[in-house]
Design a protein around this ligand. Structure first.
Ligand SMILES: *Cc1c(COP(=O)(O)O)cnc(C)c1O
Length: 363
């Protein structure tokens, strides 16, 4: 049993002026502005996790030979802090993100960070920069924990010097102008993950490999890309950074089962439980791309939505592929999608009872 990490505190001597911060929080966008502080910690085989510091936000100085630049030994997480109407600040199931961060670390031969240190690092950063947590609308403070091989060494083996860091960025509501369905491009050339590969790990490499497919989606007038399995090119897996759900006309809700090539979303898991709470029958199973096409054509599939921390629940209005396209329902946000989205947001923002005990109070 290792002792919990103790964080040294070095506060900034030049915090963002309150006036400027208010300006940023009024229109934060996504991932553009960062709070005054960050967390870093180091790991070596001899010392384990050490040198944990809360310090002013700022650049890293890294040797050009640093392993992450060459071999992409890197993982990350994404979660949000929500301000409730009484001013208190909460995160949503940070222990689940912490456990996934450990699984990602294992897959990428990185050291595991104890769950309590992961949650402790987030709490400390949020408490320190609590004035950066916006209120109102669906605004939040987006938290980005990450870990990378920081050893300057070109040999190919797991790094013996690893850095953990957390940064925080105020985020606007994804749908500032009302929930608008997205259009999705079916990637038939590229796949995201292979059996035995890194699809279930949240690593930067998966994202690097998905960018070309995402670019193809944009070129074809779509917002996002959906990937099929790499073996049969037949089973629907997920989007570049969101899981997917199908709503059937008989009250059934289906999401592709986790077969090791799909990222296990915290939002995906919450939706499974919320849908059951609301009386829907839920199922995790494989979904054939032709079941999607035919289901929409026959009216059996009435709604499709994507889900993830950043955009919460996003209705899918259209699917396009080389040589065809279809519109789901009326191409608008369906009632089941809207209901699940609202229920999840109400819990996260403290407007509905947290019957599952998902919220973690930060301050
Ligand atoms: C992060 C991520 C998701 C969504 O996970 P959440 O925990 O719900 O945010 C889905 N797919 C991929 C590939 C991801 O990286």
């Amino acid at each position: 049993m290792t002792a919990r990490l103790e964080f040294r505190r070095e506060l900034t001597t030049s915090p963002t002026p309150a006036e400027r911060r208010r300006e940023i929080l009024a229109n934060p966008g996504f991932g553009k502005f960062f709070t005054d502080h960050m967390i870093t910690a180091r790991w070596t085989p001899e010392r384990g996790w050490h040198d944990a510091v809360l310090r002013p936000y700022g650049p890293f100085s890294l040797d050009p030979a640093t392993a992450v630049f060459h071999y992409a030994q890197e993982i990350f997480e994404g979660l949000k802090a929500y301000r409730h109407s009484d001013g208190s600040i909460w995160t949503f199931r940070p222990d689940v993100n912490a456990a996934r961060f450990q699984r990602s670390a294992r897959r990428m031969a990185l050291p595991e960070l104890p769950v309590e240190d992961f949650v402790g690092a987030l709490d400390l950063l949020i408490q320190t920069d609590q004035d950066w947590v916006p209120s109102g609308g669906e605004k939040s403070l987006y938290l980005r924990p990450f870990m990378f091989a920081s050893e300057p060494f070109l040999g190919v083996r797991p790094a013996q010097d690893v850095t953990f860091a957390v940064i925080a960025s105020p985020a606007a509501s994804y749908f500032a102008a009302g929930v608008k369905p997205v259009s999705i491009w079916l990637s038939e050339e590229y796949t995201r993950a292979a059996v035995g590969g890194t699809g279930a790990a949240k690593c930067g490499g998966n994202y690097a490999a998905s960018l070309l497919a995402q670019q193809e989606a944009i070129e074809n007038g779509c917002d996002q890309v959906v990937f099929l399995d790499a073996v049969e090119r037949r089973w629907v897996e997920e989007l570049g950074g969101m899981n997917i759900y199908f709503v059937y006309d008989n009250g059934l809700i289906v999401t592709p089962e986790l077969t090791g090539t799909i990222l296990e979303g915290v939002t995906r898991a919450a939706i499974l439980e919320l849908a059951a709470d609301l009386g829907y029958k839920v199922d995790e199973r494989r979904v054939d791309i032709n079941e999607w096409r035919q289901g929409v054509a026959t009216g059996r599939i009435t709604e499709v939505f994507a889900c993830g921390t950043a955009a919460v629940v996003t209705p899918v209005g259209q699917l396009k592929w080389r040589g065809g396209q279809l519109t789901i329902g009326k191409g608008e946000c369906g009632p089941v999608t809207a209901r699940l989205r609202q229920q999840l947001l109400d819990i996260q923002y403290g407007r509905a009872d947290d019957t599952h005990g998902w919220l973690h109070r930060v301050c």
